[in-house]
Ligand binder design. Structure first.
Ligand SMILES: [Zn+2]
Length: 227
């Protein structure tokens, strides 16, 4: 959101730089380790299948999905979807991403509190993030502070959602590395590559959260300047 003659925009510049850096980092790290084949011959899909079966999650299907870095676990459909460069690939990067997504399925199965809370917040967060800025701007230009306040409350929900994403993502990556090591899917020498890919991915979530928090600070500053 850029408002004319609004110096609070400067506040989010560090988060913007971090976001661009994280995007570059995740892409370059993934590219690097997607060219390194794992020595034990697994693919992203086969590792995901092994892990899910090991946790008695045989009913969760592993499917391929179009695009790059579009990998995700869908708790409603009970499907683990892996992108083309992960599904059939035997690279270290593919195994890292596949194990991470399986980690989300395990969180869901075990009732891991942050993911339950986060999934429960999805509908309100979607509504909140759609309406927050329009309501805030309307309130600002129409001189109706109550709309600015409602905008701030709605945006705060999006911030809480973003903050909750962090433990969910870090926990899924920690599970992934543990399972890849314990299950002997990757060797000691290959594990740091998978870790690097997952750390780079985590950085994109940190950047998004920093952006959300700083935008909330901006809204509060703009709101206070209207009193
Ligand atoms: Zn994730």
């Amino acid at each position: 959101m850029y408002l004319y003659n609004d110096p609070t925009f400067l506040l989010v510049i560090p988060a913007l730089i971090l976001a661009f850096f994280a995007q570059w980092k995740v892409k370059s790290t993934f590219d690097k380790y997607s060219k390194v084949a794992c020595s034990r011959g697994y693919t992203g899909a086969s590792v995901a299948r092994y892990i899910l079966d090991d946790y008695r999650l045989q009913d969760i299907a592993v499917e391929s999905v179009r695009g790059e870095l579009t990998d995700h676990y869908d708790p409603k459909a009970r499907k683990l979807r892996l992108s083309d460069p992960v599904y059939g690939s035997n690279s270290i990067a593919a195994l890292g991403v596949a194990a991470h997504e399986a980690g989300h399925a395990i969180q869901d199965a075990k009732g891991y509190a942050p993911i339950k809370l986060r999934n429960g917040m999805v509908p309100v967060t979607n509504l909140g993030s759609t309406l927050a800025f329009p309501l805030f701007i309307l309130g600002m230009f129409a001189g109706l502070p109550v709309f600015m306040d409602i905008g701030i409350v709605l945006f705060s929900l999006a911030v809480v959602f973003s903050v909750l994403t962090l433990p969910v993502e870090f926990n899924a990556s920690a599970r992934a590395i543990r399972v890849l090591a314990d299950g002997h899917f990757l060797t000691e020498k290959e594990l740091p590559g998978a870790k690097a890919v997952l750390n780079a991915a985590a950085l994109t979530y940190v950047a998004a959260t920093a952006m959300a928090v700083l935008n909330l600070v901006r809204l509060l500053l703009l709101r206070n300047s209207r009193d």
